[in-house]
Design a protein around this ligand. Structure first.
Ligand code: PA5
Length: 453
């Protein structure tokens, strides 16, 4: 079951890319392929489907233990340390997983706490029982203020309740192997620890313990995910450019950017993939939004959900400016079929729906929207998943990671740093009085001439 990438409508629209424009870029695409291959030692996220046998063994053991004793599993993390676990859980487990009774769930309830809104933290404390909760603090850098603040709150609570020596039964750490504050804390308290390997940046980390542990705890087949990722890695390493899905995605999207499409909409037609669009948005935005040699790069990712956002945004995608591409994410076979029954047969304006299924309706709406966007002249493309399962989700993760990496090569920018994010992190340290950031604070004081009405 391989996912399919249909890019017909990137070319066959009034405002699209011509065959000549595309072919002319193939040599550049070949160079991008080669330079990404040459970086293999640095981009270690690409090795994750192949080099984690031991890690997966440990993940499965720990997950099994957590499943036996925990009612809730709480991830403390943000950005790349949270969006993947949320996306995979939503894609592969029951849409209302936490609301199911325990015997119908594959594991404990999952909460991914990727904000420091005090109301949200208080709400979490209202619904979990510390006695039956295991926490997983995930931070590659071991210094992110949001995650460390959460860790302080949780540690204080657990130490007060159960004593320092029992923290290790309730807290698991996922972090860099030697850098950052969490390494020392984990050692001191004897925490079970998983490593975010070198060369695996936050937003490229879903296929390492960052994503695999929460998934395994909730009963997701992580081995199948890695297998799917390996399949996509092989396909997207093809030197035959036109057959290389991730490279073609990157190539088309970067040509579209040259033509002024500085917005990229990702529109899944499945609630299960709704948060996948969030994960993708971070990957695409943080990797490609860069400044280099006085030029600015990037494409603003927009998340939309089919069919919901047909009634919100599609008007803009059809009659609005030619500043965007739309990528539809479709599913051939939904995991359930829902019939639309007969009830108002006397009213033909409603009765035409009866006898169909919701499956047919959502497919028709996806095709209809694709048609509307196409006839309005907007570039669009479709990625079809034969079914949403662990294998196809693994494929999709690797597809977008490689597409992002190839886009970075095509734009000749560094897709793996995030100086803008670091700037915000550093200013937060300064504002909260972290030692060594005093000078930073004065930068902000100089800019307090606000125009406020
Ligand atoms: O992609 C990235 O590197 C970032 O989005 C990080 O994942 C995010 O800032 C959290 O960082 P950390 O995992 O170090 O706490």
């Amino acid at each position: 079951m391989t996912i399919r990438f249909d890019y017909t409508n990137m070319l066959a629209v009034e405002n699209g890319i011509t065959e000549d424009e595309l072919k002319a870029r193939f040599p550049r695409a070949k160079t991008a392929l080669m330079s990404l291959r040459a970086k293999r030692d640095q981009i270690r996220w690409r090795d994750l489907p192949y080099n984690q046998d031991e890690v997966v063994k440990k993940i499965l053991e720990v997950a099994e233990d957590v499943r036996k004793r925990a009612e809730s599993f709480v991830v403390l993390g943000i950005g790349g340390s949270a969006l993947g676990p949320i996306a995979v859980q939503q894609a592969l487990n029951h849409p209302r997983y936490n609301e199911l009774p325990r015997e119908k769930r594959n594991g404990p309830k999952l909460y991914v706490e990727d904000n420091v809104d005090p109301e949200r933290m208080a709400a979490l404390m209202d619904v979990i029982d510390p006695e039956t909760t295991v926490f997983n603090v995930i931070t590659k850098s071991g210094s992110t203020s949001e995650t460390m603040a959460q860790l302080l709150i949780v540690t204080r609570m657990l130490v007060d309740l159960y004593g320092k020596e029992h923290l290790k039964d309730r807290l698991i750490a996922t972090t860099d192997k030697e850098k950052g504050n969490l390494v020392g804390i984990a050692k001191e308290y004897g925490l079970t620890t998983f490593v975010v390997p070198d060369g695996v940046g936050g937003r490229f980390s879903e296929l390492c313990p960052v994503g695999l542990l929460p998934a395994a705890v909730c009963g997701i087949d992580v081995v199948a995910m890695l297998k799917g990722a390996a399949e996509m890695d092989a396909l997207s390493d093809s030197e035959h450019i036109a057959d290389n899905p991730a490279l073609m995605y990157a190539l088309l999207e970067t040509i579209a950017m040259e033509k002024g499409a500085n917005i990229g909409v990702l529109m899944p037609y499945a609630d299960s993939l709704k948060y996948f669009a969030d994960w993708y948005a971070q990957l695409w935005a943080e990797s490609l939004g860069k400044k280099k040699d006085g030029k600015r790069f990037g494409q603003t990712p927009v998340k939309a959900l089919g069919v919901t956002d047909q009634h919100s945004q599609v008007q803009l995608y059809t009659d609005g400016p030619f500043d965007k591409t739309v990528t539809f994410l479709g599913v051939d076979e939904y995991r359930t079929t829902f019939n639309i029954p007969h009830a108002f047969d006397e009213n033909p304006n409603v009765a035409f729906l009866s006898g169909h299924t919701l499956n047919e309706l959502i497919q028709a709406e996806r095709r209809a929207t694709e048609h509307a966007v196409t006839v309005s002249g907007h570039m669009n493309k479709t990625i079809m998943l034969p079914e949403v399962n662990a294998n196809t989700i693994g494929q999709l993760i690797m597809f977008f990671e490689l597409a992002t990496a190839y886009a970075g090569e095509l734009l000749a920018i560094n897709a793996y740093d995030q100086p803008g994010v670091e700037e915000g992190k550093n200013m937060t340290y300064a504002l909260l009085g972290k030692k060594g950031y005093e000078a930073k604070l004065s930068e902000m004081k100089e800019n307090t001439d606000r125009k406020v009405i």
